[in-house]
Design a protein around this ligand. Sequence first.
Ligand SMILES: Cc1ncc(COP(=O)(O)O)c(C=O)c1O
Length: 380
Amino acid sequence: MLGAAKDDPIVWDEALGANVKDADGNVFVDLVAGFGVALIGHRHPRVVEAVVAQQHRLLHAMGDASPDITRIRLLEALSERTPEGLDVALLGSSGSDAVDAAVKTAVLATGRSRVIAFDRAYHGLATGVLPLQAYKPAFTEPFASLLADRVSHVPWGCDREVLREVLAGGDVALVLAEPVQGRGGMHAPPDGWLAMVAEESRVAGALFALDEIQSGLGRTGEWWAGPALGVVPDLLCVGKALGGGFVLSACLGTPEVMAAWGASTGEALHTQTFLGHPVGCAAALATLEVLKDEDIPGTVARESAWIRAELESRGYPTRGRGLMLGIELGCDSLAASRALLQLGYITLPAGPTSLGLTPPAVVTRPQWLGFFDALDQVTP
Ligand SMILES: Cc1ncc(COP(=O)(O)O)c(C=O)c1O
């Protein structure tokens, strides 16, 4: 399989809640939630039920041309849940789709085309959004000849003056940030910094977007990290946990900003065959209900505070926010992650000496205590 390392050791067969079972019947605690997707747990019964019911009614509709009832319900539910004003959505499948839609919206709304992103940023690897990432230059370099040189990266946590200088050209359409950098290593922003970035962007006539594909929907202990950190964006990108395990993403914007797409002329300027897939929408509707009914944001806030205190007391510094959990190990993180897998824990490195965990909110305290002991076994 392309992308799988030779020694990738497990083949997933089944997953439920916080557990994954491999093809040999071994059971693991998933502390990454399948790249942050299974925030409410794998195969949540309400999501499965909604998906099955939808499959018996309507499996595929007709993209932008004719909406279906499930999509309309989801769009209403989403706009109830998003920060005030962010009521108009462009749906997509992947996180890359959502970011792509944000960039296109900003170009239309401003008539400009430069984008500012941040060092270590990760916004997906589809060609349109590839130049935005600064997580790993090696991901971009082989395709440089395909990509327009329209992205400026500035340091995460930079001074106001640095930002002003890049914005001064008057050609910036969009400033795009993850509220907490995920794949780049679980870095929360300095206090008040995101609000400053939003303010400077708007003064310069650019739109300000937050990529909450990883941080959104309760993962940081609040429904959205942006408002909790003092800023409501003009555009909000959502994905990963949204579909409860099913592919679905969205770029949400204010009606004023989204008006830039203009009135329909019969053929959509931006669409895809599977836009607003009915099964994905049904799964997302159920996920939004579970997030609310089970108070997943509150659970994340409570459990992450306990987990972080436990880790710190055991000598492991942590970073990030909520269950975007960076853990400093002080040793080779890839080797530690592999050793943890042998002990039954699925983890991912976040930099050479730290782990980056995005676990389901439903990992129990006994499971965490087992993980802390396993950490002690694999670190010096
Ligand atoms: C913050 C952020 N944005 C965008 C993406 C890209 O999402 P996808 O892999 O679904 O295209 C990711 C994926 O990890 C992400 O963490």
